[in-house]
Ligand binder design. Structure first.
Ligand SMILES: C[S@@+](CC[C@H](N)C(=O)[O-])C[C@H]1O[C@@H](n2cnc3c(N)ncnc32)[C@H](O)[C@@H]1O
Length: 450
């Protein structure tokens, strides 16, 4: 019988020392590296609709589903769905899928990526949209034909002016105006995802950088051309995805898809309902997702107050707790070590692991008896102190009621998922900016409910 979650009341099956030893002796499992896959494989179907920091590859989700969901019907969940890799994969199999993300742009991307659109209909809609905007590509005619009032969110005008040239800003505003005139919400959202994706290319944001850095020498691009090209790419992805998704799912998508903007610690998912959780969590003070997606957030007007918005993210440096206690002793040890170097960072790390312990409780609540959760996570270093995220997750899962079922150690081929960190800040950087490789290795920590 699955027992209700009740923190430290659980007898752990593995002590912290045993867990550390287990990780020290763990060999890399080459079956989980997916070395032979190309970008066309990892970006198949709708997976290349939108860039997303630290997204994982669909092949990893597919393999976990193959190993742990032998039945034809299943319910898969991702509490940190990001751009929806788990959700899209589950929908493609004809499974029910649910997920949450506190990031509003993540919700929009996942919704669009997991909603197949009838190809001929979509083709017609794209042609109509592009014909209304074609004048943006024809400079002379534009002077006469241009009656479209740009839609530029005034509230965020300072940020928009910081990132975009005057001409680009106006062209984008016109594209956005025409997109919002589309009456079919599904198609409109599809266009919005294309629009959101091209914002980085059209802005002064250093193209190779995940972090918000300006490149004042960046070559300007024609927003219409980039938008058109990306829409066509998305259209090809949709055509394939449409044929992959089973008809029963396409016809009753609302019964199969339950995604929300929300907190991973309290999902709107019933108790004992889910067969498998596949997820990758945020990292402590690594990505400030709200900052990284600020171009989309300001153009699509997704947050009134960016500072308040940021506080809701797990792993943010804007958080600390005074009256909550950690359960994991490996985590406590890390916090103690960090306390001697930086009290602020020690508090952030403590808050991160407390939040994650609450997420594990929630995973335990929603899983069926015999269900599994799979947390993909790498270890890192902050201010010279090792942060053994994987060991801490393994220990903490037990306090939420899980039996530690399996640990997979995998290499991440950098062609598929380049992940590097800046040694000073601990933050992610692109390959040519980074000092140290952060995750040449990562782990899949699998907990079982018994
Ligand atoms: C590593 S990413 C997940 C990427 C995802 N596996 C994919 O393939 O796109 C972690 C996600 O956690 C989200 N997140 C951060 N705090 C959250 C919270 N409190 N509740 C739910 N999601 C949160 C971030 O917005 C981010 O999308």
């Amino acid at each position: 019988m699955k027992i209700a979650t009740n923190g430290t009341m659980f007898k752990t099956t593995k002590s912290p020392e045993e867990i550390i030893n287990l990780f020290n002796t763990k060999e890399i499992d080459n079956d989980w590296s997916f070395v032979g896959y190309k970008l066309s494989d990892t970006g198949k179907w709708t997976h290349n609709y939108h860039r997303y920091p630290a997204k994982f590859i669909p092949q990893l989700v597919e393999k976990l589903i193959d190993e742990y969901v032998p039945h034809k019907e299943a319910y898969v969940n991702d509490p940190f769905m990001g751009c929806g890799t788990t959700v899209v994969t589950s929908i493609s199999r004809g499974f029910k899928a649910s997920g949450t993300d506190i990031n509003k742009i993540a919700y929009l991307i996942t919704k669009v990526k997991s909603t197949p659109i009838e190809p001929l209909y979509l083709n017609k809609k794209i042609d109509q949209l592009l014909s209304k905007l074609k004048f943006l590509n024809e400079t002379q005619i534009a002077l006469f034909n241009d009656k479209i009032e740009p839609l530029i969110p005034e509230k965020h005008i300072d940020r928009i002016n910081y990132w975009f040239s005057e001409k680009t800003k106006n062209d984008l505003g016109k594209i956005l105006r025409v997109i919002y005139n589309e009456e079919d919400e599904i198609v409109r959202d599809f266009f919005l995802v294309a629009f959101s994706h091209i914002l980085k290319n059209c802005s002064l944001w250093l193209q190779d950088s995940t972090k918000p850095t300006r490149d004042l020498k960046k070559n300007s691009v024609n927003p219409y051309e980039v938008f058109q090209k990306h829409l066509k790419k998305m259209q090809s992805g949709n055509d394939v995805f449409y044929n992959v998704v089973p008809t029963k799912v396409k016809e009753n998508l609302h019964e199969y898809l339950n995604i929300k903007v929300g907190d991973a610690r309290s999902q709107s998912v019933s108790d004992n309902s889910v067969d498998l959780i596949v997820t990758s969590s945020p990292y402590v003070t690594s990505y400030e997702y709200a900052d990284l997606h600020q171009l989309s957030t300001i153009w699509l007007d997704l947050a009134d107050n960016l500072t308040e918005y940021k506080k809701q993210f797990i792993g943010t440096s804007y958080k600390k707790y005074e009256n909550k206690r950690l359960r994991s002793s490996i985590a406590m040890d890390v916090v103690d070590k960090m306390f001697k170097k930086s009290k602020k960072m020690a508090k952030e790390i403590e808050a991160f692991f407390i939040d994650m312990e609450e997420v594990f409780d929630e995973s335990f609540r929603i899983l069926k008896h015999g269900g599994r959760c799979c947390y993909v996570i790498g270890n890192t270093k902050l201010r010279g102190i090792e942060i053994p995220n994987a060991e801490i997750f393994a220990e903490s899962l037990q306090y939420s009621g899980f039996k530690l079922d399996r640990i997979i150690k995998r290499e991440i081929p950098s062609k598929i998922l380049p992940q590097k960190r800046d040694e000073k800040t601990g933050r992610f950087a692109s390959n040519n900016e980074a000092d140290v490789e952060a995750y040449p290795i990562e782990y899949i920590i699998i907990g079982l409910t018994e």
